[in-house]
Design a protein around this ligand. Structure first.
Ligand SMILES: Cc1cc2nc3c(=O)[nH]c(=O)nc-3n(C[C@H](O)[C@H](O)[C@H](O)COP(=O)(O)O)c2cc1C
Length: 332
């Protein structure tokens, strides 16, 4: 396939994995990149510049193909801003193919010299946005591409609650950059639809979580098969709305407690023991699914199996071809 996204990143298929804390490791990134799609190495998995350096080296041992490194730019106790700056510098030093910025724009959060730093290193810069305004800003300050994420997405949707179906064509009309569509994308039908709405490719996370190579506990795989599109909640507006964000996570007892604390006006100190990343890190591996906040998108309702990524990608491409042909015949 050839789109602006395959050309920009030098990949075979316009399908990218999104950042996934604790899940998007060298092993998953390389497995995805080895199919001709684009894996994601999430810097938040690491506690120092050296750890991220080692993870980039490890990914390169497992694949010679391009992958993207996610840097999530939002206030965090475990990942202070100076560490995110170190991560960005490591990506430039290592000349990774691309950096995915998620959260605040890199120029306002880390500093305006970070965009020229990436350009000098030949590293492409992509911004995940949940509003038209941020996409326009990304183009203005020199990003190479945007990921347009509707509020169906798992993780940190924008607080404006605009769906992929509406946000994507809005951004396409206003911005002259390569675009990845995200939020609710789970198969070839959604890839075809995204291309028709003006995207040059898609980004998925929940669907990649539901593959053998994500390496999560069998109970998590069972959960992904059982849950439907109505089983996620939007919460943490009390903490994140100031940054324009909120969280989409699976409904479970932890999220019920979070809702109670938010209703009672509880602060970060009251919420942190429930929502800490360390809690989720344990649960992905031990499978105690009621014990942590699990960021998962509405697309969980479209997960029907747990394939290997080597099976998922060609299947998506075949489905997309069928969907496009159906559309062509309908319009003929
Ligand atoms: C398990 C999981 C962990 C995630 N962690 C992060 C993260 O650390 N940083 C980030 O920017 N987005 C994170 N996200 C959001 C994804 O990168 C992506 O934007 C979103 O999930 C896309 O929607 P989808 O799940 O419908 O494919 C995570 C998503 C999942 C499912």
């Amino acid at each position: 396939m050839k789109t602006l996204i395959t050309e920009l990143f030098g990949i075979d298929y316009p399908i990218q994995c999104g950042g996934m804390l604790w899940i998007a490791t060298p092993e998953l990134a390389a497995a995805i990149s080895n199919t001709g799609a684009m894996g994601n190495l999430t810097s938040g998995n690491y506690n120092s510049a050296d750890e991220l350096r080692a993870a980039i080296d490890r990914t390169r041992e497992l694949t010679y193909r391009p992958f993207i490194v996610n840097i999530t730019t939002m206030p965090s106790i475990r990942l202070p801003t100076h560490l995110l700056m170190d991560f960005f510098e490591v990506c430039c030093e290592k000349q990774v193919t691309a950096i995915e910025i998620a959260g605040a724009p890199v120029d306002s959060f880390l500093g305006s010299d970070f965009i020229p730093m990436a350009k000098e290193a030949g590293v492409k810069l992509l911004h995940k946005v949940g509003t038209l305004k941020h996409a326009v800003h990304a183009e203005k300050v020199g990003y190479d591409a945007v990921t347009v994420a509707g509020f169906e997405e798992g993780g940190f949707p924008h607080k404006d609650n605009v769906s992929t179906m509406v946000l994507l064509p809005r951004v396409r009309e206003a911005v002259n950059l390569p675009i990845l569509a995200a939020g609710g994308i789970a198969d070839g039908k959604s890839l075809a639809a995204a291309l028709m709405l003006g995207a040059d490719g898609v980004m998925m996370a929940t669907r990649f979580l539901a593959t053998r190579e994500s390496g999560v506990h069998e109970s998590i795989y069972r959960l992904l098969l059982e849950k439907t599109e109505t089983d996620t909640v939007l919460q943490l507006q009390s903490l994140l709305a100031g940054f324009g964000l909120q969280i989409r996570a699976l409904k479970n007892p932890i999220m019920e407690q979070v809702a109670e604390i938010e209703e009672q006006g509880g602060d970060l100190g009251a919420l942190l023991p429930l929502i800490s990343g360390e809690r989720a890190k344990a649960v992905w591996k031990d499978g105690n699914v009621d014990e942590a906040m699990l960021t998962i998108g509405q697309s969980v309702g479209r997960v029907r199996d747990i394939p290997s990524v080597a099976d998922l990608i060609p299947r998506m491409l075949a489905e997309a071809g069928e969907a496009l042909e159906r559309g062509r015949q309908a319009l003929a």
